[in-house]
Design a protein. Structure first.
Length: 181
């Protein structure tokens, strides 16, 4: 944990609301993006991100400083998102997508790619989302998921391979090879 993180923790633990608001402002967009990648709904993503920061604030005294504040916030966000996914099945999400698009319209490429990502196994999907949607590097992802950087690299590689296979399957190319992650 950096000196800056220690300073931030001291201030927030002392009740400095302005410091907490600055922390939220710093990470809000990335956390909402992460949550959106799970919810596919901007309102749900905002609600989940608020839960992330509330959980961080309520549990700040339990934070031991084993990692950076950002890593800790991402860990909370991933847990909240996984909990959200447990409550909501893939079937209900697809029904919402079709309802919004209309039955006669085809899903556009972006939604199809997101569906393909949703279908990845959890151990592969989470690193892919954190890398491509949130913008974390492999080292940061390793800290968030408590795995080695090499394991992160392997999972991202396997995720890319699975996505390519799905997107290029049967000659039904949704986009060119260069557009696939």
């Amino acid at each position: 944990m950096s000196e800056n993180d220690e300073h931030i923790l001291i201030r927030i633990r002392a009740g400095d609301e302005e410091c907490f608001i600055q922390l939220v402002d710093t990470y809000k967009k990335k956390i909402i993006a992460l949550c959106y990648s799970y919810t596919k709904d901007s309102h749900e993503a905002e609600d989940l991100s608020q839960e992330v920061f509330i959980s961080f604030y309520k549990n700040i005294d339990n934070f031991r400083g084993d990692c950076s504040i950002s890593t800790y916030i991402y860990k909370i966000a991933v847990r909240k998102c996984l909990d959200f996914k447990k409550k909501r099945s893939m079937k209900s999400m697809l029904i919402e997508v079709f309802k919004d698009k209309g039955k006669s319209e085809e899903l556009d490429d972006k939604i199809f790619i997101r569906q393909c990502i949703d279908e990845l196994p959890k151990d592969i999907k989470v690193p892919v989302i954190l890398f491509y949607y949130v913008g974390l590097n492999q080292k940061e992802i390793g800290k968030v998921l408590n795995i080695t950087q090499k394991a992160v690299e392997g999972r991202i590689y396997r995720g890319k391979q699975k996505l390519k296979d799905k997107l290029l399957k049967g000659g039904n190319i949704v986009c060119s090879k260069s557009q696939i992650i």
